[in-house]
Ligand binder design. Structure first.
Ligand code: 0O2
Length: 212
């Protein structure tokens, strides 16, 4: 048993997730207004479950008094993009920000995981203003396309169901689904300009209708 007060421990992480969600959602709205296009499609976030923190600490041999530095994804933000190129653009915008500091990046798009997982991870240090003063915490920003997210969400639930030991036929299907998701991203990238143009037109028309 661990005597830690998890409620208190997680306060800055809860706050960071809420703040970061607002910041990236605001970035989407701002870019839509300024440039009629945003590399962000939608944003989600979560604080890691205590059982999941403990399981990861055990797996990575992180001592209980080093959780804050040893587990980098207690605060997790997921940002979904339409196209692979949007991920690069968004990563640039994140690197230029003054309210968070990029510590390092993991490119699971160029180097996908053996499972087939693809995503771009950025580990940032983010200062939270708590009632007790400033606390810098680590947060993991996962940036992925809609296709990568579809695959990862399904693979995550299957891995959870089978406790990581996926039956071979499911593993094979997931591998080919990962290839299909990769192909979908490639195909969409080929006609990105046309899609973006069409979406801008559509947005213009809907905003005209809503103004009437
Ligand atoms: P949850 O439920 O969101 O807390 P690890 O994959 O954890 O052994 P590492 O280097 O710590 O290794 O990975 P990293 O880059 O920190 O990424 C951890 C998170 O990335 C995971 O969190 C998932 O959200 C996602 N992820 C990484 N690999 C896979 C994968 O093969 N499939 C899926 N679906 N997601 C993956 P948790 O702790 O698993 O999940």
């Amino acid at each position: 048993m661990d005597g830690r007060d998890w409620g208190k421990f997680l306060i800055p992480y809860d706050q960071a997730v809420e703040e970061l969600k607002v910041k990236f959602k605001t970035m989407r709205v701002e870019m839509k207004k300024r440039e009629e296009y945003s590399p962000i499609e939608f944003v989600t976030g979560r604080v890691k479950r205590v059982s999941s923190i403990l399981e990861k600490a055990k797996r990575l041999n992180v001592p209980m008094d080093k959780l804050e530095t040893g587990i980098e994804d207690i605060a997790g933000i997921r940002i979904m993009c339409q196209f692979v190129a949007d991920i690069d653009q968004l990563a640039e915008l994140i690197r230029a920000r003054k309210d968070m500091r990029v510590l390092y990046e993991k490119d699971y798009i160029k180097n996908n995981k053996p499972s087939g997982y693809r995503s771009y991870h950025i580990i940032v240090e983010y200062p939270v203003q708590t009632a007790l003063g400033m606390k810098a915490i680590l947060a993991e920003l996962q940036i992925r396309t809609l296709a990568m997210n579809f695959w990862a969400t399904i693979e995550h639930s299957l891995s959870y169901k089978f406790r990581g030991n996926l039956p071979e036929h499911i593993r094979d299907r997931l591998q080919s689904a990962a290839e299909a998701a990769f192909k979908l991203d490639e195909e969409m990238s080929q006609i990105r300009e046309e899609i973006v143009e069409a979406q801008k037109l559509f947005e213009d028309q809907s905003s005209r209708v809503s103004q009437v």
